[in-house]
Design a protein around this ligand. Structure first.
Ligand SMILES: Cc1cc2nc3c(=O)[nH]c(=O)nc-3n(C[C@H](O)[C@H](O)[C@H](O)COP(=O)(O)OP(=O)(O)OC[C@H]3O[C@@H](n4cnc5c(N)ncnc54)[C@H](O)[C@@H]3O)c2cc1C
Length: 295
């Protein structure tokens, strides 16, 4: 099913996974996905490693989810460092396997630099990818990324929204945001987007902080978001990862509760390939499946 159609029906709840690198961890991941099936997510998405590093792994996981579960699946696809014919053949394979959605991203250029691709064969921005998909695979539903606190490469917040609008004008059906920890940032982003004429649904990206390691990893990668002081204080009080995870899950639960009260169009959980924290959030909200969350 197309995500754009799901978003028309009711608030969506989606889970994100990244492909595992070994056969053993692939089986573990598949078990995690199956553990989350009872929560009845509207769809799940699978990331694409920077510069296409997980091309086959992403493809294989997406196709396996499609064949072996009842879940709607959205593959992520990054275009930086890829030629148009490479991207065309990836999308063609997805289409042959009945995949109807794609998350269209530019991605981050690899540290060792990008390949020398002629200008008529390369993609400079996600907008180029959206235009390409719309032209060659008009039936695909397209999601694009949005950044409530800004993308780290773009200091001009006003221009940035114009670029987001370009992606939508070229054919994006919905926006999924970078994770954020302060809902007011998301509400303001939605309002600013609406004011410049963006009309597609905006799905809120939520990630519970679950360990000091994940916090460190996030601070080492320029993702553009910040931790509110109240959350930092609560985390600094904890003396173990287990307690820190409880704080993280509690914070994310309160964010979800508030987003639901504000009639958000969709909530996307960055699961980090684990099921227990997402299940705990559902438990804390007093529900056992997604449809119970959408009033
Ligand atoms: C929901 C979500 C999912 C993601 N999934 C993945 C994934 O699976 N794999 C992965 O590698 N990364 C992923 N990312 C990270 C993403 O690839 C990076 O943030 C990347 O740096 C930007 O990708 P984009 O699609 O937002 O790019 P773009 O929309 O192209 O934007 C990139 C930068 O260029 C600027 N820009 C856009 N158009 C123009 C223009 N015409 N002229 C000048 N500047 C312009 C933008 O303002 C922004 O600063 C994800 C991010 C999000 C929010």
């Amino acid at each position: 099913m197309k995500v754009s159609d799901l978003l028309k029906e009711r608030t969506t709840f989606s889970f994100e996974f990244y492909p595992a690198k070994t056969q053993e961890s692939s089986e573990e991941l598949f078990k995690t996905i199956q553990d989350l099936v009872p929560l009845e997510p509207s769809y799940v998405s699978v990331t694409y490693g920077a510069g296409g590093s997980t091309r086959e792994l992403t493809h294989d996981l997406v196709v396996r989810i499609r064949r072996e579960t009842c879940l709607t699946v959205v593959p992520h696809l990054t275009c930086v460092n890829s030629t148009r014919s490479e991207i065309h053949s990836i999308l063609e394979r997805y289409q042959e396997n009945g995949i109807e959605n794609v998350m269209a991203l530019r991605g981050d250029p690899p540290k060792e630099g990008v390949r020398d691709i002629p200008s008529d064969e390369r993609f400079d921005h996600a907008t180029d990818l959206v235009r390409f998909i719309k032209k060659n695979f008009p039936e695909m539903c397209i999601g694009v990324a949005g950044y409530p606190e800004g993308h780290p490469e773009m200091p001009n917040r006003i221009r940035e929204l114009d670029f987001l609008k370009e992606k939508v004008d070229e054919g994006a059906d919905y926006i999924c945001t970078q994770m954020f920890f302060k809902n007011s940032e998301f509400y303001d982003f939605c309002e600013r987007s609406e004011l410049i004429g963006i009309k597609v649904p905006v799905v809120a990206g939520i990630m519970p902080i679950t360990s000091s390691r994940s916090m460190r990893r996030m601070s080492e990668t320029a993702l553009g978001m910040s931790y509110p002081a109240r959350l930092m204080r609560a985390i600094y009080r904890t003396d173990s990862d287990e307690k820190l995870a409880r704080v993280g899950v509690h914070w994310a639960t309160e964010q979800v509760r508030d987003l639901l009260d504000h009639h958000v169009r969709g909530i996307h959980f960055y699961t980090l390939n684990r099921s227990k924290h997402t299940i705990r959030i559902y438990d804390a909200l007093g529900v056992s499946k997604s449809s119970d969350l959408a009033l």
